[in-house]
Design a protein around this ligand. Structure first.
Ligand SMILES: Nc1ncnc2c1ncn2[C@@H]1O[C@H](COP(=O)(O)OP(=O)(O)OP(=O)(O)O)[C@@H](O)[C@H]1O
Ligand SMILES: [Mg+2]
Length: 322
């Protein structure tokens, strides 16, 4: 995406408030410090950014380009997405022509390859050769969610940076900052809800804020949970407690309400269950048991099983065993 395109989407807050400088990136102090060393020495190795969505991988790559190349950064920065169906050959061709265009006084250019874990091992092997071939004048920044999906020969050629989910404080601070800039009133419980909904994903937090702000005057808990189609944590907890008490009928009724009346996706309910297990007032044995069931349901859903049936089966198993 070009800078003009990014700026043209000003109305989208995730772009409008994307940090431009390394020092403005929330959380990730250790990563930012390491990166800054590289930049200060103008000595970049290939890099691998691994971590969950919305934590700042693309943002950091662009901030590096800005630090290195200033306002002309776009001339020296090529963003590719590995999951575009065009395949590794196209990636290689684009790398080639980018690497061969003339240089304006910089030793190397940057190629940011998003979703590198979408490449097959064969494609990654080809990518590795391309990285070697052009290593004189190109540095790669690969981005992925799971570094385990990246073949060893690539990992060993990269400095690996692990982007963790953003801490609640970092999310809170950035949300408050944006709300102030946009003159949006956000209540304390609204902030808590946004942080909860985000689950460490800054993009989710900001999009949640923008959607809730568009819907009403004040952003509070109700607005956030409704607009993001997220179940309130206390309802999830009540559902689990019903099941633990052996009251399957009540637990199932709550599940129905979430899925049918509130239109919440089954996968999201499972995800919320997973995130909240330790916040519920459960003894260790119950929590472990529940986690085990969550893992089972998650796997089956990934394999194509019905979300609803799996969630009901989970509640039934919990109700039966206790
Ligand atoms: N650490 C951060 N500090 C401040 N804002 C952030 C941070 N991480 C993400 N954001 C915000 O979220 C948006 C999306 O972040 P970004 O594109 O960097 O995520 P990503 O890690 O590349 O995610 P994906 O894995 O989905 O590509 C940014 O435009 C920015 O507004
Ligand atoms: Mg990204």
């Amino acid at each position: 995406m070009s800078e003009a395109e990014r700026a043209g989407r000003d109305a989208v807050w995730i772009e409008k408030y994307r940090p431009q400088r390394l020092e403005d990136i929330a959380g990730h102090e250790a990563i930012v410090n390491r990166v800054r060393e590289y930049v200060a020495n103008d000595d970049l190795s290939h890099m691998l950014f691994a971590g969950p969505a919305g934590t700042g991988k693309t943002t950091t790559a662009i901030a590096i380009a800005r630090e290195l190349y200033g306002d002309d950064w776009e001339e020296y920065f090529l963003e590719l997405n590995a999951s575009d169906e065009r395949g590794i050959d196209v990636v290689r061709d684009r790398v080639k022509s980018f690497a061969r265009t003339s240089f304006g006084g910089h030793n190397y250019r940057l190629i940011f390859l998003d979703e590198a874990d979408a490449l097959t091992s064969d494609a990654q092997a080809a990518l590795r050769r391309t990285m070697e071939q052009f290593s004189d004048n190109v540095r790669f920044i690969l981005s992925c969610n799971y570094s385990s999906q990246i073949i060893d020969p690539i990992q060993s050629r990269c400095a690996v940076f692990r982007f963790a989910q953003l801490a609640d404080d970092a999310l809170r601070e950035q949300i408050s900052h944006i709300a102030a800039e946009e003159s949006i009133e956000v209540t304390e419980d609204g902030l808590d809800a946004l942080v909860y909904v985000a689950g460490g994903d800054m993009r989710k937090a900001i999009n949640g804020l923008q959607a809730a702000a568009a819907a009403g005057v004040t952003v509070d808990e109700d607005a956030v949970f409704e607009i993001t189609a997220t179940a309130r944590p206390e309802i999830i907890e009540a559902m689990v407690e019903n099941a633990l008490d052996g009251d399957f009928t009540a637990a199932r009724a709550t599940l129905d309400r979430l899925l049918v009346d509130e239109g919440i996706a089954g996968g999201d309910v499972l995800d919320q269950l997973h995130r909240s297990v330790w916040q519920f007032d459960l003894d260790d044995e119950a929590a472990v048991h529940l986690l085990d069931r969550i893992g089972e349901a998650d796997y089956r859903i990934t394999e194509g099983a019905s979300e609803r049936i799996q969630l009901e089966a989970l509640l039934a198993a919990v109700a039966l065993d206790y």
